[in-house]
Design a protein around this ligand. Structure first.
Ligand code: SF4
Length: 446
């Protein structure tokens, strides 16, 4: 029987702040394999929080503990990255589906002491509420502007939260809060927003601490064998799933799909149009678009020609461009550097590190861009998109936009969330062809 002691409001799936009993390596191995199955199913089939069975399996946090042990002893960077990224995605899916009490308990486990509400914060800081409000208004004007459309200023003040700087410095680094007397102050939603990256950091630290402990353990060899067995299991399962996904993710098409911008998801379409119009994109945006175009089958030569039009290449001969910018483009085709065959990032990664318009643009900008892509979009579709933008669920907002495009073609289609830009293309292309696949015409790289 699994015994866990923790704060009652911490959900059972959350491993931090809990004490675990002793378990044999055989038991941990079984839990670890189960966790791998769950994580792979989560990332490939997009199992959602609504799935009850999935929740039941998650109720055993020992699976994650087993994977932490494997990561600590195996020294496999690929496994470690996969673990942190997938557990991070899973964390945020579960966090978003938790009730407010559990969310606050999780935030306390991550950020330490929290003070919630402007009045409580003013009291703790020993300043008047008026002074606090004036500081907040002056320094967080961008945040209040951003929130004003959805909640009142009063509600924003009630949700104002303070945490120690040492535990919440990232909010300051990204201009999401102000700092008074060693405390970071920001709306509660900003702490929600940063919880995933802090959670991943906590996992990474737990792995590092364990790594040091394990090295000194007389049972090191047994732990190493345990780690190897789990990672081999993960490799085998991952290959099977990848093959399945690749087989089922091919996009049948007539002609060159990378030229059919009407099927691009908003992230790629906006970047593409911006590059054509201005010749400029930031480094990360170029990488995002370059990988996407490559996945649609754009050959290297075409991609080189495409990027040669960048403003920073004005006056540069084709030969010089091939040496300078060409290197980076060949890199994403796996022909330079580490020679990896890079795949385009999934939506979660794009939202965190690259450009997703539903996460990055303010609503009036977003509306303008979406209307340019789909002039027939209805007011009610915009309302739904806005709702998800406000609740910071960009992938759900994107699903609403996709549905609006399919509706414009005269079909009814329902999807709740988008996981990958290629998924967006695949679905839209299918409906443009009357809802049918043509298995004969398939670009090789997708
Ligand atoms: Fe692109 Fe995904 Fe954002 Fe849609 S949700 S715009 S596919 S990153």
């Amino acid at each position: 029987m699994l015994k866990i002691s923790a704060k009652p409001s911490l959900p059972v799936w959350f491993i931090f702040g809990k004490k675990f009993g002793e378990y044999s390596l055989d038991m941990l191995l079984a839990f670890g394999k189960e966790r791998i199955d769950v994580l792979l199913a989560f990332s490939s089939a997009n199992i959602t929080k609504e799935n009850i069975d999935f929740h039941k399996k998650l109720e055993n946090p020992l699976g994650l503990m087993a994977l932490i042990v494997a990561a600590a002893v195996a020294n496999d960077a690929y496994f470690m990255n996969w673990l942190l990224e997938t557990e991070g995605d899973l964390f945020i899916a579960l966090f978003n589906s938790s009730d407010l009490g559990s969310k606050i308990a999780i935030l306390e486990a991550i950020f330490g002491e929290l003070i919630i509400g402007a009045e409580n914060i003013a009291q703790k800081m020993g300043i008047s509420i008026e002074k606090l409000i004036s500081e907040v208004q002056a320094v967080l004007s961008f945040l209040t502007r951003r929130h004003r459309s959805s909640i009142t200023f009063d509600a924003l003040m009630k949700s104002l939260t303070a945490a120690r700087f040492i535990r919440a410095y990232k909010l300051i680094k990204f201009n999401r809060g102000i700092i008074i007397g060693g405390w970071v102050i920001a709306p509660l939603s900003e702490f929600f927003h940063f919880s995933k990256s802090y959670y991943q950091e906590m996992l990474r630290k737990r792995i590092q601490i364990l790594q040091e402990k394990m090295k000194k353990s007389p049972n090191y060899e047994a732990y190493r064998a345990f780690g190897e067995e789990l990672i081999n299991y993960w490799r085998g399962k991952k290959v099977t799933i990848q093959r399945y996904t690749e087989k089922h993710s091919k996009i049948p098409t007539r002609g060159k799909l990378w030229e059919k911008t009407e099927f691009f998801p908003p992230c790629s379409r906006i970047l593409y149009d911006q590059f054509i119009a201005t010749g400029y994109l930031s480094h990360n945006e170029r990488l995002q678009l370059g990988l996407f175009l490559k996945a649609l089958g754009m050959p290297l030569e075409e991609q080189l020609k495409f990027w040669y039009n960048a403003v920073d290449n004005v006056g540069l001969s084709w030969e010089k461009f091939l040496k300078k910018g060409g290197y980076y483009i060949r890199h994403i085709y796996g022909l330079e550097g580490s020679r990896k065959d890079y795949r385009p990032p999934k939506c979660e990664t794009i939202i965190a590190k690259y450009f997703c318009p539903f996460a990055k643009l303010n609503f009036s900008e977003l509306k303008e861009k979406l209307r340019a892509i789909n002039p027939k979009i209805s007011a009610s579709a915009f309302d739904k998109i806005q709702k998800y933008v406000i609740s910071r669920e960009p992938r759900k907002a994107c699903a609403q936009f996709l549905m609006s495009m399919i509706r414009g073609m005269g079909f009814q289609y329902s999807i709740s969330i988008i996981s990958h830009p290629l998924q967006f293309v695949r679905i839209l292309y299918r409906y443009a062809r009357g809802g049918k696949y043509d298995s004969k015409r398939t670009p090789k790289n997708v």
